[in-house]
Design a binder for this molecule. Structure first.
Ligand SMILES: Nc1ncnc2c1ncn2[C@@H]1O[C@H](COP(=O)(O)OP(=O)(O)O)[C@@H](O)[C@H]1O
Ligand SMILES: Nc1ccn([C@@H]2O[C@H](COP(=O)(O)OP(=O)(O)O)[C@@H](O)[C@H]2O)c(=O)n1
Ligand SMILES: [Mg+2]
Length: 209
C-alpha cells in the first residue's frame, strides 16, 4: 500500500487538486566515499532534508527497540538489514519532517531495498548521486573517521566492501541503465567534490524551470 508521506496538494486551473509526490534523491557510494559529508553541504545550499539509513538504524539500536539487537548484529557483520525495517524508518522520518525534498543516503543498498521502497512509498528517485572512490581511499577515510562506530574496524570494513561490490553496485548499475545516475569522482578534496555536486543540482533545477 502506498503511503501518504509528505504528499502536498496543489490547485489545478480547473479547480481539481493534484497530489505531488516528494522529491527524493538517493545518495550512493561505498563505505567512506563521503556520502554523509556531501549531504551536509547539499542541505546547506539546496533546502533538502537529509536522512542517512545507517544513522536511522543506529538510532533504532539506541532507542532499545525490539529490533535493536538484530540490527546491531547485522551492522556488526556488515550485512544489509531487512528492507522492511529500514523502509519503515525512512518512511516515518519523511512523514515527520514536514519537508518534501529528501536526500536519502546509503539507501537503497540492494535490489530488495530498492523494490521495497518503491512498493511501499510509490516514490521513484528524481536522480541518483553516485560517489565513485577507490577502495584504498575509502579504507583510509573510515579508519580515520573516529565516530566510535563498532563497524569501523578493518575486519568489518572488508566485509562491507564485499557487500558493496556484490549487492550495492548492481543497484547503481540499474539506475545507470535508466539514465538516472550522476557519477562523481569522490577521491578529491571535499570542496572539489562539492563543486561537482553543486553543478548537478544546479543543472537539474534549471531543467525543471
Ligand atoms: N573528499 C574527502 N576527502 C577526504 N576525507 C573525506 C572526504 N569526504 C569525507 N571525508 C572524511 O572521510 C570519512 C568518511 O566520510 P563520510 O561522509 O562519513 O562517508 P560515508 O557516509 O560515505 O561513509 C569522514 O571522516 C570524513 O570526514
Ligand atoms: N540501507 C541500509 C543502510 C545501512 N545499513 C547497515 O548500516 C551499516 C552502516 O551504513 P552507513 O550508510 O551508515 O555506512 P557508511 O556507508 O556511511 O560508512 C551498513 O554496513 C549496513 O550494515 C543497512 O543495513 N541498510
Ligand atoms: Mg555515512
Amino acid at each position: 500500500m502506498e503511503t501518504d508521506v509528505g504528499v502536498s496538494t496543489s490547485e489545478e486551473a480547473n479547480g481539481s487538486t493534484v497530489q505531488k509526490k516528494p522529491t527524493v534523491v538517493f545518495v550512493l557510494g561505498g563505505p567512506g566515499s563521503g556520502k554523509g559529508t556531501q549531504c551536509a553541504c547539499i542541505v546547506e545550499h539546496f533546502g533538502f532534508t537529509h536522512f542517512s539509513a545507517g544513522d536511522l538504524l543506529r538510532a533504532e539500536i539506541k532507542s532499545g527497540s525490539e529490533n535493536g539487537l538484530m540490527i546491531k548484529s547485522m551492522i556488526g557483520e556488515g550485512k544489509i538489514v531487512p528492507s522492511e525495517v529500514t523502509v519503515k524508518l525512512l518512511q516515518k522520518a519523511m512523514e515527520e519532517s514536514g519537508n518534501d525534498k529528501f536526500l536519502i543516503d546509503g539507501f537503497p543498498r540492494n535490489d530488495e531495498n530498492r523494490a521495497a521502497f518503491e512498493a511501499v512509498t510509490g516514490i521513484e528517485p528524481a536522480f541518483v548521486l553516485f560517489f565513485d572512490c577507490p577502495e584504498e581511499e575509502m579504507e583510509r577515510r573510515i579508519l580515520h573517521r573516529n565516530q566510535g562506530r563498532d563497524d569501523d574496524n578493518i575486519e568489518t570494513i572488508r566485509k562491507r566492501f564485499k557487500v558493496f561490490l556484490e549487492s550495492s553496485l548492481p543497484v547503481v548499475q540499474f539506475y545507470e541503465s535508466i539514465g538516472k545516475v550522476h557519477k562523481i569522482d569522490a577521491a578529491r578534496p571535499v570542496e572539489e567534490v562539492f563543486e561537482s555536486v553543486k553543478a548537478v543540482f544546479t543543472s537539474v533545477n534549471e531543467k525543471d524551470d
